[in-house]
Design a protein around this ligand. Structure first.
Ligand code: SER
Length: 889
């Protein structure tokens, strides 16, 4: 049975039994405690905890999941994968143990003709939690599983939580006996390779607190209701139903192995080492494509790092298998073809996914070269210092600067017989991560505990946004936090977070910055609003400070936004849409939006592009945008179904989550985009758009920054003034400026060269006179003297050497010349060989001279240089040098 069919059967089985089918959420978890979604229940967590009301009592989904703690096991065992799909059925206070067990048994053992998976009941083994007599009894008595195929296991295996505070409960697992060839008998308690777990039924009824991992944590109490959360590994079931030995050989993965074989020439099944490498490539490329598909881009932090590590492991394994050229394009292509049946967005997004993946491959190949050199040097240094352990700082530097995954550093260091201070590395990573997390939290919500906001949402519902049409209005304070703590009242000077039942304030989102403004209470109190965020979807939290009076929960208020700011932001937002469309027209659909920020009068727009956008293209894009403004196109927003929006060709920002009903913003016949932001009514309101330039912000992603309206005008006016000044100076028309100025620069350069030549000649002209004026000190020709100020150390040196060369080689010679530069004395002294034979060393002579000058210096016996503080001491320094020559020679 194909993977796509397993999925289809799952959803229809539970749909027929009253479950609402919920599409897979993005892999990017909407939960501050998680980076990526590791289980099917994640999107339902608030329902289990009773933080939100479930829209229906029963649900089912096939959720994309990524887990990386067992990444080292991938390819070595038959059943570990970093990406997998978890089929789940969920009950929120509806059916419990008996219902969950009966459904699971029915679906697994019903014949294929009857819509089931047709597994042989004799091969199914059950595990239950130590004290869960109730579950065992249901399995034995209601289902008829013989007691010898039911085993009890401890907390590690049969008590499920997310590893962090949250819902939890005992669980019961269904395992499939793959037969003798996979090892000894004895059931899942003895052999989990042979008796492979396929389905976990969690009886979610408790809430756990903080603690150590999976086993050591307190139970805080009962959940508001008794729930069911189950998870069946789609790939594991596919492995059984398709009769293959491991996860990597199922229909959607085997094609990747085949492609890797084609690219490396290494056949699968010819050696354990190469088989493991091929499986790693297969698993990791699937995971990479799914992560990029959901909007993760490779980076050095958080999810970006998970992706980078996985992709780089895949590429490195391809290299270990012998591939030397690029491999990613073709591997990505087969993964998309294989997974596209279940996730059609991968096919529509193919270009973007390829662009991101290829950029990472190119970056890694470069990194591999540079990082390898750094690693080799660090290893050599470590060994030279008698050490065996590479410092954690080095590993961190390799990771942070060169994107070397730690396991790559470990592997490559081990190849050279050195280990790595991993604990030190992890400590540095942790510090960095905590800094980043704290920053992000502080910006978005002020504090990470969202329960206070959820409580407001439960009590008062979502905030009604009136700001598409209104800029002020009446409303009521339905939630109030002072310094992050729910409070009944706040007074003057307090930092508050206020939730209103309805508001014209736009909360930051979709790249648009928040509105600012004022909340005036009927009591006379005034709150200045600085920022508005939605820490939980649908709840707008107004952050600000109480200027005067007292704010109380339940008070009536008149609220008004800062209209100037809103208008300037709206102009920027509409301009962003125009830029997006114009860029797509110029570069094709790969120029998809990767992020944006719309602030008053300016915006930045990030988009996918493997290369820099040429200046001429940027000029054309800007031209086109400004043409559209003059066409006075109307801007309209309409709410419609997502299908209708797609049919009309609206562009969606990728990685964003959209509900069933979406808002589509249309700008005349020019642009149509899914968008929740606030816009102008007509393009003429924008006045002017000026693109400031384009730059890289990471592999494959570029950024355009631009100004709109008055800000664009002010920028151009400033530039114009500069041009006018230049025209005045150069006495030319503006279009002649570039040529004139470059002509002047060229002339200037020539003139500088000429001056330099003259100066050098002039200095050297002095050489003959200086040489002729040599004094004889005990048979040594001594040339001393002061040359004009500003000669510079290089010229002085050249002159000294020239003079030395003019004295016949058999005559001992010492040349000591002085000058001043920037008010400080400088000396260069040279000796010839005959002088050195008489014991005269330039270095020593300079030290003597420099000491007299109040400074220091030194050098080799033949030429040395020094300087000091006191230019008036040059005469004394000359005398000191001559004295020393006399004493030494
Ligand atoms: N949450 C459980 C698991 O991840 C069952 O869905 O195994």
């Amino acid at each position: 049975m194909e993977s796509a069919e397993i999925r289809r059967r799952w959803l229809s089985f539970f749909e027929e039994r009253g479950h609402t089918v919920v599409p897979s959420a993005s892999l990017i978890a909407d939960d501050p405690t998680l980076l990526l979604v590791p289980a099917g229940m994640v999107p339902f967590k608030p329902y289990f905890l009773g933080e939100a009301k479930p829209p229906a009592p029963r649900a089912t989904s096939v959720q994309k999941c990524v887990r990386t703690p067992d990444i080292e096991e991938v390819g070595k065992t038959t059943r570990h994968g970093t990406f997998f799909q978890m089929c789940g059925n969920f009950s929120f206070g509806d059916y419990f143990k008996e219902g969950a067990i009966a459904y699971a048994w029915e679906l697994l053992t019903n014949s294929v003709a009857d819509g089931g998976y047709g597994l042989d009941p004799e091969r199914l083994w059950i595990t239950v939690y130590l004290d869960d007599d109730e579950a065992e009894q249901i399995w034995r008595e209601k289902i008829g599983v013989p007691a010898e195929r039911i085993q009890r296991l401890g907390k590690k295996d049969n008590f499920w939580s997310m590893g962090v505070p949250g819902p939890c409960g005992p669980c019961s697992e269904i395992n499939y006996d793959r037969g003798l060839e996979f090892g000894v008998e004895g059931g899942p308690a003895v052999n989990d390779e042979r008796y492979v777990e396929i389905w976990n039924l969690v009886f979610m009824q408790f809430e756990r607190g903080a603690g150590d991992g999976k086993e050591d944590f307190p139970i805080l109490g009962d959940l508001p209701s008794r729930n069911i959360d189950t998870g069946l590994g789609l790939e594991r079931l596919a492995m059984i139903l398709q009769g293959v030995r491991n996860l990597y050989e199922i229909d959607t993965s085997q094609v990747v192995i085949d492609k890797a074989t084609e690219l490396t020439g290494v056949r699968y099944g010819t050696g354990e080492g190469s088989d493991v490498a091929l499986r790693v490539v297969t698993d990791h490329m699937r995971t990479s494509v799914m992560l990029i598909g959901d909007g993760v881009t490779p980076g050095n932090e958080g999810r970006g790092y998970v992706l980078r590590r996985i992709m780089r492991r895949a590429i490195r394994n391809m290299r270990l298998l012998g591939a030397s050229g690029p491999v990613v394009a073709e591997l990505v292509d087969v993964v998309i073809n294989a997974m596209g049946q279940q996730y059609p967005e991968l096919i529509t997004d193919r270009k973007r996914i390829e662009t991101v993946a290829l950029a990472e491959e190119a970056a890694f190949v470069k990194t591999l070269k540079a990082g390898t050199n750094i690693l080799d040097t660090a290893v050599t240094e470590t060994k030279a210092a008698g050490g065996q352990v590479l410092a954690g700082e080095k590993a961190f530097l390799l990771h942070d600067t060169w994107g070397f995954p730690i396991d790559l550093t470990l592997e490559m260091a081990a190849e050279q017989g050195v280990s790595v201070d991993e604990a030190g590395f992890r400590r540095l990573m942790k510090e960095q991560r905590e800094r980043a997390k704290a920053d992000a939290r502080a910006k978005k919500t002020g504090h990470a505990d969202l329960s206070a906001y959820r409580e407001v949402a439960d009590r008062a519902g979502s905030t009604e946004f009136t700001g598409y049409t209104a800029t002020e209005g009446e409303s009521t304070v339905v939630g109030l936090l002072v310094d992050g703590v729910p409070s009944p009242a706040a007074t003057e000077g307090d930092e508050v977070e206020i939730v209103l039942d309805r508001t014209p304030f736009y909360a930051e989102g979709g790249g648009q910055l928040a509105d600012t403004g004022r909340i005036r209470l009927d009591s006379g109190a005034v709150v200045e609003v600085r920022d508005v965020q939605q820490p939980v979807p649908g709840v707008s939290v107004h952050k600000g400070s109480v200027q005067v009076g007292e704010v109380t929960l339940g008070a009536a208020a008149h609220v008004a936004i800062d209209l100037r700011r809103r208008r300037a932001i709206a102009r920027a937002h509409s301009a962003t849409h125009l830029t997006h469309q114009a860029l797509r027209d110029a570069l094709g659909p790969t120029a998809a939006q990767a992020g944006s920020e719309n602030s008053p009068g300016r915006f930045r727009f990030d988009f996918g592009s493997p290369n820099a956008v040429p200046g001429t293209v940027l000029t054309d894009v800007e031209h086109k945008i400004n043409d559209v403004l003059a066409r006075e196109l109307d801007v309209q927003a309409e709410v419609m179904s997502i299908d209708e929006a797609k049919k009309q060709g609206a562009i969606a920002e990728f990685g964003e989550k959209y509900g069933e009903r979406v808002r589509v913003v249309t700008i005349g016949d020019f642009s149509k985009e899914l968008c929740g932001g606030t816009h102008v009514h007509n393009t003429a309101q924008l006045g002017l758009v000026k693109l400031l330039g384009e730059s890289s912000i990471g592999s494959g992603v570029r950024r355009i920054e631009a100004l709109v309206g008055v800000d664009a005008y002010q920028f151009l006016a400033r530039e114009h003034m500069v041009v006018a000044q230049l025209q005045e100076l150069v006495k030319g028309r503006s279009e002649e400026l570039p040529e004139r100025i470059s002509g002047m620069l060229a002339k200037l350069k020539d003139a500088e060269k000429e001056i330099e030549k003259f100066r050098a000649e002039k200095v050297l002209q002095a050489a003959a006179g200086l040489a002729a004026g040599a004094k004889d000190v005990r048979g040594v020709a001594v040339v001393t003297g002061q040359v004009p100020d500003g000669t510079g150390a290089d010229d002085l040196r050249r002159l000294v050497l020239d003079v030395r060369g003019r004295i016949p080689g058999d005559r001992p010679a010492v040349v000591a010349l002085f000058t001043t530069a920037n008010g400080r004395p400088l000396t260069v002294i040279a000796t010839n060989e005959a002088a050195r034979e008489r014991g005269l060393k330039a270095g020593e002579l300079v030290r003597t001279a420099a000491k007299t000058l109040g400074g220091g210096g030194g050098g080799k016996p033949d030429v040395a240089q020094g300087g000091g503080q006191d230019p008036d001491a040059i005469g004394d320094a000359v005398a000191a040098v001559e004295r020393l020559v006399g004493e030494t020679a």
